[in-house]
Design a protein around this ligand. Structure first.
Ligand SMILES: NC(=O)CC[C@H](N)C(=O)O
Length: 210
């Protein structure tokens, strides 16, 4: 993620240590994927209690764009910044491979350069990627346009094929697949443009020239 933000999109990205706070003058926060605390308890459950999450919460309330990818999405959900839960894939296996996403909401800070229904070829790599919400919450998500991405096909048992959601204000977005592994032509054998547009949407939102 850091490589793509800095080397590919020329953004001034910085790492922040989870036991410390965030500076006030940042334009966006990205929680990348990985295996925080070795996925113990549930993926993201322990990291959601890291001190830095208090500042992420403050940034979310201020409307600052926040993106969680994979483990980052799981952390945002466990922290209550996004609705729902991420359960074990129905196969009970770690899934790793390419899939297609469909854009369902192109009004968020991370999707405003994509077209509605645009297809995004993108890798997935997770064991707990099955998005779940109860029926009332699902109705609310649909009504508020909070479903940001769907899988083109059923792949892991996610309810309503949901692959990414946003909060009610739209500034906090979480997605299971990995746009940072698909934004360069050298590592994307299909088409790197759609994933690039996720980062270009952020650049447009925060108004930096790259
Ligand atoms: N790529 C990732 O971020 C993996 C997320 C998490 N460790 C899982 O397996 O579900």
């Amino acid at each position: 993620m850091y490589h793509v933000l800095t080397d590919v999109f020329n953004l001034d990205a910085q790492y922040f240590w989870h036991e410390k706070g965030l500076p006030k003058n940042i334009d966006a926060v990205i929680l990348p994927g990985g295996f925080s605390y070795g996925d113990r308890l549930r993926s993201g459950a322990i990291a959601a209690h890291s001190p830095i999450i208090n500042d992420v919460r403050k940034m979310a309330d201020k409307g600052i764009p926040i993106l969680g990818v994979c483990n980052g999405f799981q952390i945002l959900v466990e922290a209550g910044l996004l609705p729902g839960a991420l359960l074990k894939n129905t196969s009970l296996n770690f899934m790793c491979g390419w899939t297609n996403l469909i854009v369902e909401n192109n009004k968020t800070p991370f999707t405003n350069k994509l077209k509605l229904n645009q297809k995004i070829p993108i890798p997935i790599a997770n064991g707990e990627g099955r998005y779940y919400v109860d029926n009332d919450t699902l109705k609310k998500l649909k009504k508020n346009n909070q479903i940001v991405f769907r899988y083109e096909q059923v792949i892991n048992g996610s309810i309503d094929r949901i692959a990414g959601v946003c909060n009610e204000d739209g500034n906090v977005v979480g997605m299971m697949p990995h746009p940072e592994r698909a934004a360069e032509s050298a590592i994307n054998p299909i088409d790197n443009k759609p994933s690039s547009l996720i980062f270009e949407s952020l650049i447009k939102t925060i108004g930096v020239k790259n």
